[in-house]
Design a protein around this ligand. Sequence first.
Ligand code: KG4
Ligand code: ZN
Length: 336
Amino acid sequence: MNILAVESSCDETSVAIVKDGKEVLSHVVLSQIDIHKVFGGVVPEIASRNHVVHMTRVFDEAIKKSNLSIDDIDLVAVTQGPGLIGSLLVGINAATAFAFAHQKKIIGVNHLIGHIYAANIEHEMKFPALALLVSGGHTELLYIKDHMDIKMLGTTLDDAVGEAYDKVARTLGLSYPGGPIIDKLSLEGSETYALPRSYLDKEAFNFSFSGLKSAVINLVHNANQKGETIRVNDMCKSFQESVLDVLVHKTKHAASIFDVKQVILAGGVAANRGLRARIKSEIIDKEILIPSMEYCTDNAAMIGVAAYFQFKKEGAHSNYLLSGLSTIPFDMMENE
Ligand code: KG4
Ligand code: ZN
């Protein structure tokens, strides 16, 4: 089954064609990072306008690179949410127009489930599994009982981890997106600043990163007032270690109490070298699945993979009236 998938939930315009929930036949991602960089973050209106400008070209390129004809495409999939509503609507309208014009079925996919299914491209997902989903908008620990049977164990009570990275980077005068820059600079720094670890309850699975972010901002402001310089590399390392201690502790704890076969790391922050290394070295009794960098950040290939398993379970419910959803709640895991 060949699925043409579209992703436009934030600032990446992406179209991919994926065979049988695994084989990526083509994959085109057009990033708008350079456009938003000057503003220090994604400007929603500018993002949606740029999706409009580039979407058709990205569609054409993905179809051409796949060496398939339009007749070979069995299903159209598109990110339905969560995300920036204007951006989502551009992808949804493009996917719907394509599906309608070529009389294909269309299916709406949850962006976060897409991030998890990125793990199936280069590996084989096995269940039950645990997923730590860390991105610019999300920090979730999820229990995956089987395909498309996902319950939430915990989430952030305030900032998402990627958002904290981006804001700390901005405070330190670093460019956008801050995550990769902090990750790189922390390799050259030492943990010399004492920053808090927000475990909340060590046994529970919710997260909080706003206190840590405020601690960095306060240290930087105090130093500025005293005319002292901040050692940026050391601050990056101290911040990163504080984040990783919490993420790794909670993931390890969940992996120890739920009988899972695999631990999946997903989302843009899963590109973090420190996080990848620590999850692998500290969770030694489970198989660890981490997508390669290109499938960690936003991309349509992961949407094509998730769509395949969603279609197998539910069929293509959606009609040509698919609408965007800025938020989609996850079912919480019941105490069993
Ligand atoms: O999944 P994604 O591409 O978009 C969302 O759905 O949010 O994630 C983007 C986020 C940004 O906050 C970015 O700073 C962060 O992922 N990120 C990283 C790294 N690479 C990207 N954070 C930490 N370390 C990295 N290496
Ligand atoms: Zn994402």
